[in-house]
Design a protein around this ligand. Sequence first.
Ligand SMILES: *Cc1c(COP(=O)(O)O)cnc(C)c1O
Length: 366
Amino acid sequence: MSAPAPIPFIDLRPGDDEAAVREAIDRVLARGWFVLGPEVEAFESEFAAASGAAYAVGVGTGTDAIALALRALDIGGGDEVIVPAMTAPFTALAVIGAGATPVIVDVEPGTLTIDPSACAAAVTTRTRAIVPVHLYGQAADMAAIRQVAARHSLAVVEDCCQAHLATCGGRPVGSFGACSAFSFYPTKNLGALGDAGAIVTNDPAVAARAARLRNGGQADKYRHLEFGVNSRLDEMQAAVLRARLPFLPSWTSARRQRAAAYREALRDVRTVTVPPERDAGHVYHLFPVRSRARDAMQTHLRAKGIETLIHYPYALPEQPAFASEQPAACPIASQACREIFSLPLHPALPASTIDAVAAALADGPA
Ligand SMILES: *Cc1c(COP(=O)(O)O)cnc(C)c1O
């Protein structure tokens, strides 16, 4: 008897979008214009429209999008910016990249998104912004975060890197704050064939400042008004993203449908718990589950050919990179980081795979 086919965590080779992606690449090659050109401009307006915002500014990475969003709001040296303990460390690295100080706070126990009351408790006279992360594709509690922000006159810069097309109470993520940041790293719900990111805003002045900052601070060619960076989006990535954007709604419903199938298949499985879906606008960038025997469970699954990944193995206060900020302990995030792991999930994942993964979880260690 042959072993069952391995179940990879993700498959990044193009699928139903392949012809459109190839056509986009050919179009860029034929035009011979490779950085900040017509494809970038078209993608910016198409992505802004898809996100329910007035402006998008294409940049090199999601990390740059967060850093430049903060800088476009004049947040930098001497300022404190509140970030959650449970996120890709790039969220907090971007705050440091903007010249500001990340203040790391704990998350809510169910959804693992930033805890609004922890944000309120962390505010000082130097606090300028909150960066909520819409973790795993689910919005943070934006109603509560906006209240905290309003009470203390703080900017809100949403980290939407895992939440393309997600909504919160029916309203698109990225539309709550002054400015928000997206990543198009290849594994994201909308991915390029390399690195890419975007800043989204409704404020024309913020969009113009972000566009200047990404291109060396130039107001016009060869005249540099301020210290900008080189974080230009290239034409090839923009063309690929344009080709893929029309597929995103169907990919998103495919993710939601597979997440629902996982929930159903895991309903009576006692070895793992599934974090709750608080908002129907969840876009399931990832499908994490929790186990008290996480490491043994991953080994058990690996023996059956099922690949799982951990998002994330360390809470931000445990990262050496942030030791100099002397972060307070975040016990809820730290506990989650010991228990969490993500199951294979992508728009083309077959239903039979979901059943196989659920069966393997059911007879795994408790
Ligand atoms: C991916 C990601 C980032 C960083 O985006 P890059 O494009 O890799 O720089 C930041 N925050 C979160 C939550 C992410 O998932």
